[in-house]
Design a protein around this ligand. Structure first.
Ligand code: GLV
Ligand code: MN
Ligand code: MN
Length: 420
């Protein structure tokens, strides 16, 4: 590397970062190199303890807030200066990979380690945050930690949301915080007028573009909007052998009518609108009983609020019109508006990629991220590294050690510039 590259950026250690990622990937490992590490579980806590050990060895102080967001802080020379933040999440999809989320946390830690090792002191403090429950697979919706921190939704408003086993988020959070009672508490959010100076989240791309174009770095300009809904179709349970079809109120059949109508209504010839039904639950879920209830999720995304708004608003009407003899409720559980990142942070990431001579391009994100909520209260941006074959939310997710290290060097340079 040329001499203009700061020593702290040169100190980013590809092997150390890869080793940490692989050690973390053992916690919740599933077949096929995947990870299943759900938010606020014993596995989540085990992974966090590993992270804390590494952070303390790098001279960082560790705190946790009331939403269980975990903070690793390296002081700057100006104690009153607003910090520069980086981070992501440590929870995974149920059949997730080794990099979604955890890469951004480990990359932030790698920056702290590189600063420590090179004896570099920044003016502003640098903080690495691991946000709670970004994926939303144990407790829906996702991004609970960053929503609570940014003031978008109070953490108490999530308390009654139950996981598949009926455990309430409020109880899981209380259990988790009790298990981390030895970690000093910090207030949730920030004092009025004391917003962070900037936030940069490093993440795998989770799509095919960087690899296809031979690029090393995506400089993320914004995130498309998302809306989540939960549809509950209610009928009556009945005997499959004795109940004439004409007399049934069969929730499976009406759910199928609703799904077919939704697929038609959400069709987009341009293939920009993303309509996904990824979870379907049937009650009583017995092959010789007519179903009395079907509950399914809807994940709807589009980069333009003027499209996402009306398409999402149409969902309830489409469902109701499709039913034959059951009833249905449609509840919106999550909404994240399309986000444009801060031009100054985007420029810092792009400048860092250029200074480090990484092949890069500006690009939007199709996935949502905690950065979407941070950006409501602080200047935010993201850096992407390639995903092999664009695969993510899948055990086969892969990014090579050198690609991950390149992203961390860009993150380090951009954070240093913003913290100067
Ligand atoms: C994040 O995991 C998303 O679903 O975009
Ligand atoms: Mn993620
Ligand atoms: Mn994800």
């Amino acid at each position: 590397m040329d001499r203009a590259v700061p020593r702290s950026v040169e100190a980013v250690d590809e092997a150390r970062q890869w080793g940490r990622l692989m050690e973390l990937a053992r916690i919740g490992a599933i077949p096929g190199d995947g990870v299943n590490r759900q938010a606020l579980t014993a596995l989540d806590r085990e992974a966090r303890r590993l992270l804390i050990g590494w952070a303390e060895a790098a001279g960082a102080t560790v705190t946790v807030d009331a939403a269980a967001n975990l903070w690793l802080r390296r002081e700057g020379t100006d104690p009153g200066a607003a910090p520069v933040l980086t981070g992501s999440h440590m929870d995974s999809q149920p059949a997730g990979g080794r990099f979604d989320g955890i890469y951004g946390v480990v990359a932030g830690l790698e920056v702290l380690s590189a600063l420590h090792q090179s004896g570099t002191v920044t003016r502003r403090p640098i903080e690495v945050v691991a946000w709670t429950n970004e994926e939303g697979s144990r407790f829906a919706p996702g991004c609970m930690g960053s929503m609570a921190w940014s003031g978008f939704r109070p953490v108490e408003s999530f308390a009654g949301i139950a996981d598949a086993d009926g455990v309430r988020f409020g109880d899981a959070l209380a259990e988790h915080l009790a298990a981390e009672a030895d970690i000093p508490r910090r207030p949730l959010g920030f004092a009025p007028g004391a917003a962070p100076h900037a936030y940069i989240e490093a993440h795998i791309e989770q799509g095919p573009r960087l690899e296809a174009e031979g690029l090393e770095i995506g400089v993320v300009t914004g995130i498309q909007g998302s809306r989540w809904f939960e549809v509950t179709v209610s009928g009556d349970s009945a005997h499959a052998g004795t109940t004439p079809v004409s007399l049934r109120r069969d929730a499976v059949q009406d759910a199928l009518r609703a799904l077919n109508a939704l697929n038609d209504a959400m069709h987009d010839p341009a293939d920009v609108l993303r309509f996904t039904v990824g979870r379907i639950a049937v009650s009583p879920n017995s092959s010789n009983s007519v179903a009395d209830m079907v509950r399914f999720s809807i994940d709807l995304r589009h980069p333009d609020a003027a499209v996402l708004g009306p398409r999402g608003d149409a969902i309830a009407g489409v469902v109701q019109a499709a039913l034959r003899n059951c009833t249905a409720t449609v509840a919106e559980t999550f909404s994240a508006a399309p986000t444009e990142f801060d031009p100054g942070v985007v420029a810092a990431v792009e400048g860092a990629a250029a200074a480090l001579e990484c092949r890069h391009a500006l690009m939007p994100s199709g996935a949502f991220h905690d950065a979407q909520f941070v950006s409501r209260v602080a200047p935010a941006g993201m850096v992407f590294v390639p995903s092999r074959a664009g695969i993510s939310h899948n055990p086969a997710e892969y990014t090579a050690p050198a690609q991950l290290a390149a992203g961390t060097r860009v993150l380090a340079k951009a954070l240093l510039d913003l913290a100067a």
